[in-house]
Design a protein around this ligand. Structure first.
Ligand code: FAD
Length: 418
């Protein structure tokens, strides 16, 4: 392992974003040290969807086969109306794989995290736990960070991958997370517990309904079944502190179809998550400190792209480091970070904005819901207009940028809303 004071790169935060970046940079021969606040590396939550733009990065890292082994490669993604359980639209994930060159997979968060952690270990990344960064210093020849216990560490460059509540974001941008009034419950159970409900084992299923939605898919080679229930919390909306309690969960799904209601009792009821994002910002690089992952661009989760964007960031960053590396091995970090900054914010801004719009569309009620359903039913399964910009390689190669994505005009629904 590398000695701290000889690290080329310090990565703050050992989540999926931080570990992905650390692995990619170590792969370029750089000495990388990860500083993780928690006493152990790990992930909370259950399933994670990885669309082709995410599995493309895993393929580049040589980790895709293992990810597929640990996860599930579903055949379809189907959207149903949560109230009447009618089908609205679907994606044929086999065709999607042919189109974009990489599969759509689902994987347990802790499995993806463990896979990246193992890869970092093999690549010689220096991994430190109990290392909470409380301050960043950009003056002087090398940037440095101050840890909670007073230690100071420096490197040629610091990558802040410290998540939604990023200290670096606070220090350099100074904005606050934007709280939506939506709350998520998660839950993963053995597949046998849901067999009698005749759930779709080979599909990613989402039921969209008024102020709520429900996601289901099998995990871990089909042994587990993952569910996410999201709803607007009346107490969160009213600004009360005890938002999202289980009685609110039950109430939010009371008028949904039987298929949906059957899943609600299986949710973990001792922990729930408020949905936050932030306003997009165009500047992620502050001298020799760069934001990455949720620290830079936390989205609402409706497009299932947060972890993917974090993985993409690391891959792009490492490519720019490699491009700006002299024969003696030194990296022109100003140029590398400028390259990273030139490529990523525009795409991530678009994901953040579209995720918000997508969430609004999912949660419509009344006439607007009926209009949405009609439009979605008319969509051809093999029409990729809405996902080309997202699942294709454009996020990594801006010279291949697709035309600006135009979401279904929400204004027309807003006018019609009761
Ligand atoms: P984090 O995972 O938050 O990691 C940050 C790390 O930094 C943590 O380990 C933390 O302990 C550490 N840390 C924090 N502060 C400090 C500090 N001061 N010093 C040192 N270390 C620190 N994304 C997808 O791609 N697909 C999906 O299907 C999907 N589904 C989702 C469903 C839900 C309900 C939610 C809430 C999110 C979902 N996401 C999904 C988004 C995804 O989970 C996140 O975008 C992703 O995990 C962000 O990774 P990260 O490494 O940037 O941040």
């Amino acid at each position: 392992p590398t000695h701290p004071d000889t690290a080329d790169v310090l990565v703050v935060g050992g989540g999926i974003g931080g570990l992905g970046a650390a692995f990619a940079l170590a792969g370029e021969g750089l000495r990388v040290r990860v500083l993780e606040a928690a006493p152990e590396f790990g992930e909370v939550g259950a399933g994670l969807q990885l669309a082709p733009n995410g599995t493309r990065v895993l393929h580049e890292y040589g980790l895709l086969d293992e990810a597929k082994r640990r996860g599930v490669v579903p055949e379809t993604m189907v959207m149903f109306d949560a109230v009447d359980a009618t089908e609205l639209t679907r994606l044929d994930l086999r065709d999607l794989e042919r189109r974009y060159g990489f599969p759509y997979i689902v994987i347990h968060r802790s499995d993806l995290h463990a896979l990246l952690l193992d890869a970092c270990r093999r690549a010689g990344v220096d991994l430190a736990t109990d290392s909470r960064v409380v301050e960043y210093r950009t003056r002087g020849p090398r940037p440095s960070v101050v840890l909670a216990d007073g230690r100071i560490e420096d490197a040629d460059v610091v990558i802040a991958a410290d998540g939604l509540h990023s200290v670096a974001r606070d220090r350099f941008v100074g904005d606050a997370p934007v709280g939506s009034s939506y709350v998520a419950y998660r839950g993963a159970v053995p597949i046998d517990d849901v067999r009698d409900q005749r759930v779709h084992e080979n599909a990613v299923v989402v039921y969209v309904g008024p102020r709520c939605h429900f996601v289901q898919y099998a995990l871990r080679g089909g042994e587990m079944f993952n569910q996410v229930a999201v709803f607007q919390s009346p107490k969160a909306l009213a600004g009360e502190d005890d938002w999202g309690t289980p009685d609110e969960l039950d109430e939010a799904f009371a008028d949904t179809a039987e298929q949906v209601r059957a899943g609600i009792p299986l949710m973990w009821r001792d922990r729930w998550w408020r949905m936050f994002d932030r306003e997009p910002v165009d500047t992620w690089v502050f001298d020799r400190v760069a934001l990455l992952g949720d620290a830079a661009h936390p989205p609402l989760q409706y497009l299932a792209q947060g972890a993917i964007m974090a993985l993409e960031d690391g891959w792009v960053l490492a490519r720019h480091a490699a491009r700006n590396r002299a024969a003696d091995g030194t990296v022109d970090w100003a140029a590398a970070l400028a390259g990273y900054q030139a490529v990523r914010p525009e795409h991530c801004r678009r994901v953040q904005r579209t995720a918000r719009a997508w969430g609004e569309l999912w949660h419509l009620d009344g006439l607007a819901r009926a209009q949405r359903n009609r439009i979605l039913r008319e969509r051809d399964t093999y029409d990729y207009t809405f996902v080309d910009w997202l699942y294709g390689p454009t996020a990594l190669e801006p010279d291949r940028e697709a035309p600006m994505f135009v979401p279904i005009p929400l204004d027309s629904f807003a006018d019609a809303a009761p």
